[in-house]
Write a protein of this length. Structure first.
Lengths: 265, 340
């Protein structure tokens, strides 16, 4: 099986500093990690390779330092990685990102399965997995909590929805987005880290892909961020001690009153 | 032909229109009124009920489009997307809203690619720009630590998903239509889905209902339990409290990682995002990744023995004490209120 795992490098911490003047976020000095849900996607892909043979290629669109995320994926067990990087891609929204990643997947060729993490912790949209499938003209199964089986050119999964789990079967090739329940990510091994250090990571730009230049980056993105701001903290916490019996009784009174006041329960 | 009109996706499951559709009607009505255009509800399914569709008009839709086929009974991305894209291309709405449910978050990005539209996920505020008439879409990012306002300058329709339970459902107006037909006549249009749109390379072969009666995302009230509970054996006291409050039970990542509750209970960055009317955290410290999943709840109450627990920074009311004393006392009071 040929499995592709698009991954994203994201800031380690969600504590963000803002440049008040320009209304933009300050990312310098913040450590970068592989998007946590992508680790689950990598694990799912590696387990499928272990069961069915083949190879797993990690793919990432980002600045040059995103290469370290690809090396982490290789250290976990991916067979190789490709970095999609160029100034032309800067400022891409999820539509433009999906467009480019789909072009890269097409160039890699013959993918049976593309496995993504359900969403990234910074952008938090969950749109790129379905977007990639849309551009590839393939079905997408989202919120996959378990890959049950791959057989006879199809994959069977459990999909976690609000009311329970759907059991779905999809023809290959297709795209999956996975949630935490799908698999426990393994740790990188020493041998994996050595392999990752030595790995040759191709870097592809717009000329390496079959893409239209006017669909790239900020200019190619249908959506534009107009402003970024901090939410105003509207809440004042009324903190009540609840140590003694008397204090607990008073706190319970206040709880009941607040619940009634807010029209709940 | 220019793009015109606000559409909302009236999500349905097995023939019944879901509550999130009424929330979208409230959002859509406000936008349509400001933009000076019509509001249309679009439902795709099988065996859609007359009264459900009529209710959409009673709750604010000027028109309803109901596209039906057995293949649309349950959500499968390809036939639903093909039908929605077909409708969009024929009728050219200017705005399309859907709930940010598992369906909405899958269907809309897929369709956005097919119809070359801009999409913003998980919006908390939607407005019409006074100058341009364009849709202003505001949403949280970075775990809710910042808000971003987004526009879609030229691509149409402008699409957005809205977090479920962040809007009061549009109320039902039972007044009869005015005499003389001064307003728009409400139209319910039933269409058979064109057969060529219904191909699906995905098949639904089974379904297992969730073990909890109430799904977290549909719950008005949630009690979340954290590591302060110390042992799985102590869960019954929290369950009793949740039951007395009429709440669904949620959990932090710590509790799920320890196997005390299953993953569908998990609230946070790698779990669910919830927006209930009331969230009560019991023994929850309030890690950044947990807060990201619940900090937009309407009312937040926390019980924790540590006065400096970060959860109190986002709470309206904090009870600083031993949960093993406080929670049973709360349960007793709640039970008395119910019987009294």
């Amino acid at each position: 099986m040929h499995i592709i795992v698009p991954i994203k490098q994201v800031p380690e911490t969600n504590a963000v500093r803002m440049d008040e003047e320009t209304g933009t976020m300050v990312r310098e000095g913040v450590a970068a990690i592989v998007n946590p849900l992508d680790l689950y996607a990598i694990e799912v892909a590696i387990r499928l390779r272990e069961a069915h043979g083949g190879n797993v290629t990690a793919l990432s669109m980002g600045p040059p330092k995103a290469a370290s995320a690809l090396r982490e994926a290789i250290a976990m067990g991916c067979d190789g990685g490709v970095l999609i990087s160029d100034k032309a891609f800067a400022g891409s929204d999820t539509w433009a990102t999906s467009y480019v990643l789909a072009a890269a997947i097409r160039k890699l060729g013959n993918a049976d399965l593309t496995v993504c993490g359900e969403r990234a912790t910074d952008g938090d949209t969950g749109q790129v997995g379905p977007g990639i499938a849309g551009f590839l003209g393939l079905p997408v199964l989202t919120y996959v909590s378990k890959v049950d089986a791959v057989a006879d050119g199809s994959v069977r999964v459990h999909r976690l929805v609000e009311s329970g789990y759907e059991v779905l079967e999809a023809d290959l090739p297709c795209v999956l987005t996975v949630v935490k329940e799908a698999a426990d990510p393994r740790l990188p091994t020493l041998r994996g880290k050595q392999k990752a250090r030595r790995a040759d990571l191709p870097v592809w730009g717009p000329d390496d892909l079959d893409v239209e230049k006017d669909k790239l980056g900020l200019a190619g993105s249908p959506t534009r961020v107009v402003k970024i701001f901090r939410p105003t903290v509207a809440r004042q916490c009324e903190k009540l001690p609840a140590g003694s019996d008397a204090a607990i009784a008073a706190a319970v009174d206040r709880f009941a009153a607040l619940v009634r006041e807010r029209g709940v329960g | 032909m220019a793009h015109e009109g606000v559409w909302i996706l009236a999500e349905q499951e097995a023939g019944r229109v879901q509550r999130v559709a009424h929330e979208m009607l409230a959002r859509g009505r406000a936008l349509a009124d400001k933009r000076g255009c019509a509001l249309t509800a679009v439902a795709m399914g099988s065996g859609l009920r007359d009264d459900d569709l009529r209710e959409l008009t009673e709750r604010g839709a000027d028109a309803v489009i109901a596209m039906e086929a057995p293949a649309l009974e349950h959500f499968l991305v390809e036939p639903h997307a093909a039908c929605l894209a077909w409708l969009i291309q024929k009728r050219r709405p200017e705005v399309l809203l859907a709930g940010a449910t598992t369906t909405g978050r899958t269907l809309l990005p897929y369709v956005a690619v097919q119809v070359d539209a801009g999409l913003t996920a998980d919006c908390t505020v939607l407005d019409i720009d006074d100058e341009t008439g364009g849709l202003l879409q505001t949403r949280p990012a970075i775990g809710g630590n910042i808000l971003a306002t987004i526009r879609t300058p030229t691509h149409r329709p402008q699409m957005a998903t809205v977090r479920p339970h962040s809007t009061k459902p549009a109320s039902r107006d039972r007044k009869p239509a005015p005499e003389g037909g001064a307003g728009m006549e409400k139209r319910i249009e039933r269409l058979a889905a064109p057969a060529e749109l219904l191909a699906s390379r995905v098949r639904r072969v089974g379904f297992a209902a969730a073990e909890e009666e109430q799904s977290l995302q549909d719950a008005d009230v949630i009690v979340a339990v954290g590591r302060g509970i110390k042992r799985a054996e102590n869960l019954p006291l929290v369950r009793e409290f949740a039951e007395a409050l009429g709440a669904a039970l949620g959990a932090t990542r710590d509790v799920v990682d320890r196997g005390w509750l299953s993953y569908p209970h998990q609230i946070g960055l790698s779990g669910k995002t919830v927006t209930p009317r009331l969230y009560v955290g019991v023994g929850v410290s309030g890690s950044v990744q947990h807060l990201a999943g619940m900090q937009t709840s309407a009312t937040i109450i926390a019980v924790n023995s540590d006065a400096d627990a970060p959860i109190f920074c986002v709470a309206d009311l904090g009870l600083v004490g031993d949960l093993f004393e406080v929670v049973p006392a709360l349960t007793v009071r709640l039970k008395a209120l119910r019987t009294g």
